[in-house]
Design a protein around this ligand. Structure first.
Ligand SMILES: [Zn+2]
Length: 346
């Protein structure tokens, strides 16, 4: 039996290095060989037991690799190509076929990428995966695979920033400078916005300024609402991206908006914790609320070009890199609060 090395979460705080069966290719599938996988919050929360995914769990949806083999009918890539894979779009539903694949109706019904009895979410924590050809995107031969592994989070932010319809010189407030806030900042700057960051952590505040943020306010030290009104002649922000799940922050985010302002709900939010919204205010100020979830295939295409053509530098987002056999250390490092991405190289 040909095998595929894998890192499996078997119980809280416990990983196992396993040898899975290497998947056999069917027509229109690509055998993806993982080179780099990034530990997202889904892996961290499953490892720490704060999110109830079924165990054993094979994660890894932020990853890059090479094409090992192609099945019959695959015409877009060949063995040796550097590639990433997207989310599990079926490409057979109305949402996927109309540029709204984030709401794919059949994601849960798609075959698992790996030969694994437990729950597979992406599966990039194993070495070989069978992926439908339409979920594979080729990257340039000279791309840095550590950077390419961060295509998925970048694509999520491309989706969000595109929905905000930023215009030149718009004032954009980004609440929180985690990895997602950081990528929103980079993309909003590329769109010609004046970017204001709200963040409490000293290291992240410095990183924002180093990467081109126009202003950084610490909400524990100043009234961000007052500061934003001061710099906009009392009007407020044209766009607010909230990347922090906290009911009190949503209320401030709404107040920050100028007339015609757009609030993008990037962060997830516990749906049992309702946030009171003054619809009279929304009506009279003509403000918009925009939800955003995951990227479409087109957003992934854009993200691969941004990274592959060196239009965006991902190096500040990589905290550290570990080898396969150091998986435990990598997970422990990734779970330290305020850590940017930790990568594992197979
Ligand atoms: Zn679909």
């Amino acid at each position: 039996m040909e095998t595929s090395r894998a890192i499996v979460i078997t119980e809280k705080d416990h990983l196992e290095l396993r040898e899975l069966e290497k998947p056999k290719l069917k027509a229109y599938e690509v055998l993806f060989q993982t080179k780099t996988v990034s530990l997202c919050t889904i892996e961290q929360r499953t490892y720490k037991g704060t999110r109830a995914y079924q165990l054993p769990f094979l994660g890894g949806h932020e990853c890059s690799g090479v094409v090992a083999e192609v099945g019959e009918g695959v015409v877009g890539v060949k063995p040796g190509d550097k590639v990433i894979f997207t989310s599990g779009y079926c490409n057979q539903c109305e949402f996927d076929r109309s540029g709204r694949g984030t709401q794919c109706e059949n994601k849960q019904k798609m075959p698992k990428h790996a030969v694994f009895e437990g729950f597979v979410q992406g599966g990039g924590l194993s070495e070989y995966l069978a992926i439908p050809a339409w979920q594979i995107i080729k990257m340039p031969d000279d791309v840095n695979l550590n950077h390419a592994a961060l295509t998925e989070p970048l694509a999520c932010c491309v989706h969000s920033v595109s929905k905000a319809r930023i215009k030149f010189a718009d004032t954009v407030v980004i609440i929180g400078l985690g990895i997602m806030g950081f990528l929103h900042m980079k993309l909003a700057l590329m769109r010609g916005a004046r970017v204001v960051i709200s963040e409490t952590d000293e290291t992240r505040k410095a990183l924002a300024l180093k990467n081109g943020a126009n202003m950084v306010f610490d909400p524990t030290k100043v009234d961000v609402l007052e500061e934003v009104r001061n710099i906009t002649g009392g009007k407020g922000a044209d766009v607010v991206f909230n990347t922090i799940a906290n009911p009190a922050i949503w209320r401030t985010a709404i107040e920050l908006l100028a007339p015609y302002g757009r609030l993008v709900a990037y962060s997830s939010q516990d749906r049992k914790e309702l946030i009171g919204v003054d619809f009279g205010y929304m009506h009279s100020k003509e403000i918009e609320f925009i939800g955003t979830l995951n990227p479409t295939i087109e957003d992934n295409e854009i993200a691969t070009k941004l990274i592959g053509n060196n239009l965006i530098d991902m190096s500040d987002l990589i905290d550290s890199t570990y080898a396969y056999h150091q998986a435990q250390e990598a997970f422990d490092r990734a779970c330290v609060p305020n850590t940017y991405r930790v990568l594992i190289n197979f």
